[in-house]
Design a protein around this ligand. Structure first.
Ligand SMILES: *Cc1c(COP(=O)(O)O)cnc(C)c1O
Length: 398
């Protein structure tokens, strides 16, 4: 028996069985063809079954699929780290790979805490955002602020301070705790699992200034926002963090992999003649060769086919198609880059929407008060308009 994610198995509806997938389409066992409106938790940016990514993996699989990174290295992992370092802004130069986003967050937080231990500083508080989601492992839950995911563990959060995304609260938090903080972790500009909440770049600019002033590390969890989702390639292109986490779309959604990337300052905090200053972490599958080949090809496609202009087009269509659309059940419509979210006042309004969309040829999965789409970037205009129309029709039929 399978145990499914975020699911009360006793009352769960049976999941949809997929037999194959291609482009933006999922094909089901009972012969439905569905547009995937959420690109498998926002990862599959090139669509499914991409011939060039398939080929890259096939070539590597005939050499080897995996060797451990303890004492060994290989071309795919070296090339990927070099590519990321060249591609990312500033001096985000040091790549630590892991097998999932949550682990990349654990690594980043361990780095931030040990960075301070290594310099004999006792800073142990962490600043984070209200409604934050950083993954489901323990420390990631601790910096998270989402009762709906983590209520069963909510007594763990003693050293974490959560604030809203307004500049006065930010200033107040640094004034109060600035000298006790090891780091400030945020999902920059767009808080995805926390409800597709969007906020202004000026908040991050201010955060960068305060982190410098108080000697606090700034951590960007771009596991969801990275690779264009906000309409920026990376939010880190606009404001640079000390530590950056990427995951989800890193491999184009092919294989679970993630990376924690640091700047020179963080690296220097570990680089020492003292052996206990080393970072003691090493996921078994870090730097998996197939994952690295998929990632390299994914980045190549992202550049070669000018994905940023595709995302701009998606954003334009979102804006055009929802302009002047209102309904008494809708609290707010939010758009940023490749993300459209309709927030409703009462979550029961969305009961039945998933089935309605399924019957109209769309796989979509609202949560709480949020009906949203985050499609593959290769989606065409007709397919995209079909998703948005289905969302609008749900309200118009009420
Ligand atoms: C999905 C997500 C994670 C966790 O990644 P996993 O690969 O599911 O462990 C962490 N942070 C953010 C912002 C995410 O969206």
């Amino acid at each position: 028996m399978l145990w499914f994610p975020y699911t009360q198995m006793k009352t769960a509806k049976s999941p949809v069985k997929i037999t194959h997938a291609e482009g933006v389409y999922l094909y089901t066992e009972d012969n439905h063809k569905l547009i995937d409106a959420i690109s498998s938790w926002w990862c599959v940016i090139h669509g499914y079954n991409h011939p060039e990514i398939n080929e890259a993996i096939k070539q590597q699989i005939d050499k080897f699929s995996h060797v451990m990174l303890g004492g060994l290295t290989h071309d795919p992992v070296e090339k990927l780290s070099q590519k990321l370092v060249e591609w990312l802004p500033g001096n985000l130069n040091y790549c630590f790979f892991s097998d999932s986003g949550s682990v990349a967050v654990e690594v980043a937080l361990k780095m931030a805490l040990q960075f301070n231990t290594n310099r004999n500083s006792s800073r142990n508080k962490i600043l984070a955002l209200e409604h934050a989601y950083h993954g489901d492992t323990f420390k990631a839950m601790e910096v998270g602020d989402d009762e709906d995911y983590h209520f069963a563990f909510s007594n763990q959060k003693s050293n974490v301070v959560h604030i809203s995304t307004t500049i006065p609260t930010l200033e107040e938090a640094f004034f109060k705790f600035g000298n006790e903080l090891s780091c400030f972790i945020v999902e920059p500009l767009l808080q995805c699992a926390g409800g597709m909440r969007m906020y202004d770049i000026s908040f991050l600019q201010k955060a960068r200034k305060l982190c410098d002033e108080y000697d606090v590390l700034l951590l960007f969890d771009e596991i969801a926002t990275g690779f264009g989702r906000t309409g920026k390639r990376f939010v880190s292109d606009l404001v640079q963090p000390d530590i950056l986490m990427l995951g989800k779309a890193l491999t184009g959604g092919y294989i679970g992999h993630a990376v924690t990337i640091t700047n020179q300052k963080v690296w220097d905090g570990f680089y020492s003649d003292n052996p206990i200053h080393a970072l003691m972490h090493g996921p078994t599958f870090m730097g998996n060769a197939l994952a690295c080949c998929a990632s390299l090809k994914s980045i190549e496609l992202f550049e070669k086919y000018d994905y940023m202009s595709k995302i701009k087009k998606i954003e334009e269509i979102f804006n055009r198609e929802t302009k002047d659309f209102t309904h008494p059940d809708i609290k707010e419509i939010r758009i940023m880059g490749g993300c459209l979210c309709i927030e409703v006042f009462d979550k029961t309004v969305l009961n039945g929407f998933q089935q309605f969309a399924y019957d109209n040829g769309i796989f979509i999965r609202p949560f709480l008060n949020y009906m949203y789409t985050m499609p593959s970037y290769i989606i065409n205009e007709v397919e995209l308009v079909k998703i948005i129309d289905t969302m609008k029709t749900w309200f118009n039929n009420r």
